[in-house]
Design a protein around this ligand. Structure first.
Ligand code: SF4
Length: 402
């Protein structure tokens, strides 16, 4: 299996931009997990072994409804994404009420994703999601090898992951997505190939694959600092990323973003809307919103978020208006993550950046093309496979354009 290289693209033909539907998107952050994984720095509170958040989950749901009411009861939404945290860790009754609350907010034909982890997913919850109209299920599998799951401190084992995959497939059809973490010690290309084969056989049609990073303050970071664990070198991790992209392309799931691949037409519309510059509303602690050139972030901690709502005010931690140049830089950077890339003229038009920005962006893209990092497909600039490995630096260069 080739692993890509300088100037190489996995794109065999130009594809039209997917139809993303009108109206904004809704993200709901559920801030609970069964336990904290060793590498995680997302905001979520551990509910404890074998238990669910109970009353805390109920209170969370009531506050979520309050936040929505304070915002003027917006909707319907073209896409809804319930993430976290682990939404399925909520008690069954709370989880069903959450589904009842969100169902009417989805626009006709809209996409509705719920994230779920194997340890807190069962037949009843799957059935409830199906009946409520959930269209996509995103499973936090991460690995099918026992030693990897123990290394990561996941709350599920490999047997449970396989069992849940079977259950989910039987309760379908729906868009089935699985997350994998790359760059774990001792997990070779052959292991990944075998795991991916298993997932595809179980009906997974969308995969997200992220390289493990050590986030400061997490237990895994601590262990690495003490020299107890060592991750593969960055070059080996980069090779793995290109290997998985190439493997998935050859299995009929072309990558459509740096770390996401799907059967054509089964891409996650919600996330595509983020990357392509769509507007979204976030509910829940630490959730972010973007609309009319303004970005807003909610208070991160559950207590602060709930206290603000209890006082009848929006739980906003920070809000900023993005000037046109920053909007243009961010839009270019995000769009470059996708297989459709970006058109400097279109970015300028959508953000109100000056004509000179588009000229500089064209020149910068041509510079990166000279180094085999970008290519032009029709009128849009996209990253090559080598460019994918340098996406952060390339994105930073577009963000710095004045
Ligand atoms: S399940 Fe996800 S959000 Fe929860 S602790 Fe693990 S990585 Fe973090």
């Amino acid at each position: 299996m080739g692993t890509g290289g300088k100037g190489i693209s996995l794109e065999t033909k130009t594809r039209p931009l997917p139809e993303l539907g009108g109206g904004p998107s809704l993200y709901v952050h559920v801030p609970f997990c069964r336990s904290k994984c060793g590498y995680c720095d997302f905001y979520s509170l551990p509910a404890g072994p074998g238990s669910a958040p109970g009353e805390a989950g109920e209170a969370f749901l009531k506050n979520l409804e309050k936040e929505w009411a304070l915002l003027g009861e917006p909707g319907p939404f073209a896409t809804i994404y319930v993430g976290g945290g682990t939404p399925t860790v909520l008690d069954s009754s709370t989880f069903y009420r959450l589904l009842d609350f969100l169902g009417p907010l989805l626009a006709r034909g809209g996409e509705w994703t719920v994230e779920a982890n194997p340890e807190s997913l069962d037949r009843e919850k799957l059935q409830a999601m199906k009946e409520a109209g959930v269209t996509r299920l995103s499973l936090g599998i991460q690995s099918l090898r026992e030693e990897d799951l123990a290394f990561l401190g996941r709350a599920h084992d490999s047997r449970k992951a396989r069992e849940v995959l079977d259950l989910a497939r039987r309760q379908g059809p729906w868009g089935l997505s699985a997350d994998l973490i790359l760059g774990l010690p001792g997990r070779e290309e052959e292991d990944l190939e075998e795991e991916i084969r298993f997932l595809l056989e179980r009906g997974v049609e969308h995969l997200s694959f992220y390289i493990l990073t050590l986030e400061e303050g997490t237990p895994l970071w601590e262990r690495a600092r003490r020299g107890e664990v060592r991750l593969p070198a960055p070059a080996a991790q980069a090779r793995l990323l290109l290997f998985v992209r190439s493997l998935l392309a050859s299995r009929g799931l072309p990558p459509y973003e740096i770390s996401n691949a799907a059967i054509t037409g089964r891409e996650c519309r919600h996330n595509l809307r983020y990357w392509l510059g769509g507007e979204y509303l976030g509910l829940g602690p630490s959730a972010a919103s973007f609309a009319a050139g303004k970005r807003r972030k909610n208070l991160s901690h559950l207590d602060g978020w709930a206290a603000a709502l209890g006082e009848g005010r929006l739980p906003v931690e920070e809000e900023e208006s993005l000037p046109p140049l920053l909007r243009a830089g961010e839009r270019a950077w995000l769009q470059l993550r996708t297989r459709w890339g970006m058109d400097p003229g279109e970015v300028r038009q959508r953000t109100g950046a000056p004509t000179s920005w588009a000229e500089k962006a064209e020149a910068l893209a041509a510079f990166f093309r000279g180094r085999g990092l970008m290519e032009k497909r029709e009128n849009r600039w996209a990253l090559t496979e080598e460019g994918i490995l340098q996406a952060d630096g390339i994105g930073a260069a577009f963000l710095a354009l004045d």
